[in-house]
Design a protein around this ligand. Sequence first.
Ligand SMILES: [Zn+2]
Length: 195
Amino acid sequence: MKLKTLRLGAGRTNCYLVRVETGPAYVIDPADDAPAILAALEELGAKEWLILLTHAHFDHILALNGLGAEAVYAQPLEEAALRDPVLNLSVAAGCAFSSGLPLVPLGEGDAIGPFSVLHTPGHSPGSLCFYCEEEGLLFSGDILFFSGIGRSDLPGGDQARLGASLRRLLALPPGTLVFPGHGPETSIGAERRLE
Ligand SMILES: [Zn+2]
């Protein structure tokens, strides 16, 4: 597995490109700057790719329409935000954005490529994490950060559900490397010590 991290947009959101030996590459959260993402995919030798969303806040999706994709893989509870620039907070940020790309539903217990899908609500209703048990990697979106946790005060957020999602993530093996939606990588073991 090859992994490349791009930090994109005003929020320096992490966009992760994952290339596996066979099958398509994966773009997790096409945050901004489609040309930069396409160039990085080419550098990785990727010929086709699927786009996965941890959630549909604007700072994770601004390049969604520019990657030549036919669909986007996300939890259906995020579809409203995908379509509505008020709900995805892009209007508030002064850069109204929405996407009409068809949504392919992903949810708890699904598997896609090397990942199993965890539904971890609390930051947004349809927040997903992508977990690769074999490689010990977790893409945690805006749920778990290096030395921090996601916000639950945005529309659709829920503090109790965020707490339950965090407890679930922190129960993964301590050696699991965590790649969050913002900021540096960490590990489950390191974040568990902060509990
Ligand atoms: Zn967010």
